[in-house]
Ligand binder design. Structure first.
Ligand code: A2P
Length: 275
């Protein structure tokens, strides 16, 4: 289902993940993160995405607590920072900062040191009940295949850089074939794609904003999507994407913006910040 705000995708562990969530990458810890998460929850978001590397888990936790929304109604993601050694130990620390007993999803943030070494620790975090689902982020199709050869619990999600300019079609297809839900971060290209003339033309023709067009495109590609904003009106606007559909002509025009030649890789070699 992609035509209402409660739309979800089903994960390999049988749980569901909302199609739309708030990402808090690059939102400073403290008031700004707390307010962004509070505004998103008030607007109806039920998926919040943070990470150990963002340094803002405590603020996310405070906003969730003070919302009064039952914990089980919120899908909470955090990510293992792979510069650390032990995903189980780091999950325990995350839960203390988040002031919660579990996360819904725990991802390896990027495949630093190779795609398989951290997985047994992720599986331990899952078996200990600290994470309902475990997954990966910034893994290319080859890295996903390597992981699938050794995993006892299969990864539920691969969170990737995905927008019309970073279409990565072969990677999304590899995820689909493996039963892994692909999730799009930087769906607006960290804001850089909002002024693109093709996006602008489609926005005008559909009576929507460029941000809504880019988010809707990623949803129609079958992904869960986590735009980031710290402004209430934008947070609300980004959530109002379930009452329109991009037609084939618009989707084709957006597809043509791809600069990755539909790559199976998660990032270009020069963009792998950890290697
Ligand atoms: P801000 O946080 O100041 O609102 P991405 O999700 O691709 O990382 O993009 C996030 C960037 O896009 C942020 O700089 C954010 O700014 C900006 N942004 C998010 N939503 C909107 C919107 N609806 N209109 C304009 N800019 C937006």
């Amino acid at each position: 289902m992609t035509d209402n705000a409660q739309a979800t995708r089903t994960l390999s562990n049988g749980e569901t993940i909302p199609v739309l969530g708030l990402g808090v990458w690059q939102v400073p810890d403290g008031k700004q993160t707390e307010q962004s998460v509070s505004m998103a929850l008030e607007a109806g978001y039920r998926l919040i995405d943070t990470a150990q590397a963002y340094g803002n888990e405590a603020s996310v936790g405070r906003a969730i607590r003070s919302s009064g929304i039952p914990r089980e109604d919120i899908f909470l993601t955090t990510k293992f920072y792979p510069g650390s050694r032990d995903p189980l130990v780091e999950a325990e620390k995350s839960l203390r900062r988040l002031d919660t007993e579990y996360v819904d999803l725990y991802l390896i943030h990027w495949p630093q040191g190779g795609p398989t070494w951290a997985w047994p620790g992720m599986e331990k975090a899952s078996e200990a009940g600290l994470a309902k689902a475990i997954g990966i982020s910034n893994f290319g199709a080859d890295e996903l295949q390597e992981l699938l050869k050794v995993s006892q619990i299969q990864p539920a999600v691969n969170q990737i850089l995905f927008n019309p300019f970073d279409y990565r079609r072969a990677l999304v297809e590899a995820c689909e074939q493996a039963g892994v839900v692909a999730q799009a971060y930087s769906p607006l290209g960290t804001g850089q794609h909002l002024n693109n003339p093709v996006v602008g033309r489609i926005a005008e023709a559909t009576g929507r904003t460029p941000a809504q067009v880019l988010i809707r495109w990623a949803i129609q590609k079958g992904l869960s999507v986590i735009p980031k904003s710290t402004h209430r009106e934008r947070i609300e606007q980004n959530y109002a994407v379930f009452d329109f559909t991009l037609d084939d002509e618009a989707v084709t025009a957006l597809d043509a913006l791809d600069t990755t030649t539909q790559t199976p890789d998660a990032l270009a070699p020069s963009d792998k910040w950890w290697s």
